[in-house]
Write a protein that binds this ligand. Structure first.
Ligand code: SF4
Ligand code: SF4
Length: 333
């Protein structure tokens, strides 16, 4: 597996390499919103349309548009597909393979419960599709043995074929009550030495201490201890976040300069919380990046890893020394 262990003990996934490289642009592409599952907490599938870039354009034209973006920005591209369920878009395999041939690196966030995932294992290249974050949606999969079997079957197949695939679960405060049992059960179902990526729950709300369900007070000290026991991937950065590292408004952030979100129509956003100040659309080939990290205009960033990775001054705020920060590309400034 193509993972990194930092000197602070954190495991980092393959995207780390590109996040830390100033010559790379990380793109989080919300490629679709439709999905074959129906998770109750999902904001995507219930208002999804099939009017996105992938539904209207040939995969080769889409790949050519990314090539233009690379040439116009002078940066290499790491493209992380998310959704909805990205593997359901038309010509998913062809799109990945063409992007790979153009020299781009790709990550996918998937529920792993579609037939296409098996084809991914056989017909795509783990040197190009470098990161698969396989979300285990327990609300839906716990009740459906067929989907569960598909999930673990596809996970094993991808591991055998030497893809870097990690099981990702969101640990809400409620879920932490039986977390140990949950993780033990998952470990028994997964191939030996598989990585379980425990993602803390990100509330959509920032608030004060008297509102314990707001950021950064969502977890009690007891809950943080449980989380700490099971988190291995990006542990320090995620703990910095849940301890309140980001103050956001006014913080110099590289989103828009070294990181972009694309929506399903190809419109560029600075990050998930903001439109891109310069606008632009992938297929219109008119996306321009900000020339440098620029002050964040919002009170609260709901995309924490990005805020921490691309926020330039976080460490002064929490009193850490900047050279202790191993996961922000600006730490040497
Ligand atoms: S698997 Fe993901 S995209 Fe699909 S319904 Fe569940 S949360 Fe939404
Ligand atoms: S701190 Fe968060 S909300 Fe602000 S610009 Fe950066 S990524 Fe966007």
């Amino acid at each position: 597996m193509n993972i990194y262990t930092l000197s602070n003990g954190d495991i980092q996934l393959p995207d780390y390499k590109y996040r830390m490289d100033k010559d790379f642009l990380t793109i989080n592409w919300i490629i679709n919103k439709y999905c074959n599952l129906r998770c109750s907490y999902c904001v995507g599938w219930n208002n999804a349309s099939r009017e996105g870039v992938v539904d209207r354009h040939h995969y080769k034209d889409i790949a050519d548009a990314f090539l233009h973006l690379k040439q116009s920005t002078g940066k290499g591209l790491y493209i992380a597909f998310t959704g909805g369920e990205p593997s359901l878009v038309p010509n998913f395999i062809e799109l990945i393979n063409t992007l790979g041939k153009y020299g781009f690196f790709i990550g996918v966030q998937t529920n792993l419960c579609t037939k296409v995932i098996k084809e991914v294992a056989y017909y795509t290249d783990p040197e190009k599709l470098i990161q698969i974050e396989a979300a285990y949606h327990y609300e839906t999969l716990d009740k459906n043995k067929k989907l569960q079997d598909m999930y673990f079957g596809n996970f094993s197949l991808l591991s055998e074929k030497e893809f870097t695939v990690v099981l990702k679960i969101v640990a809400t405060p409620k879920e932490l009550k039986n977390f140990e049992k949950r993780v033990e059960w998952l470990r028994r179902k997964l191939p030996e030495n598989s990585i379980i990526f425990v993602q803390p729950y990100i509330t959509g709300l920032a608030g004060t201490k008297d509102n314990p369900r707001s950021y950064p007070y969502i977890y009690t000290d007891e809950e943080k201890k449980i989380l700490s026991k099971f988190m291995k991937v990006r542990k320090k950065e995620l703990f910095d976040f849940i301890h309140g590292a980001g103050w956001f408004k006014g913080m110099r952030c590289g989103a828009g300069e070294s990181y972009l979100v694309l929506d399903e129509k190809g419109n560029a956003r600075r990050c998930a919380s903001l439109p891109h100040p310069l606008g632009g659309n992938l297929m219109k080939r008119n996306i321009r990046l900000l020339p440098e990290p620029t002050a964040c205009p919002v009170e609260y960033c709901a995309c924490p890893p990005w805020a921490l990775w691309f926020g330039a001054n976080v460490w002064e705020y929490i009193g850490n020394k900047r050279d202790e920060c191993l996961y922000c590309r600006y730490h040497k400034e």
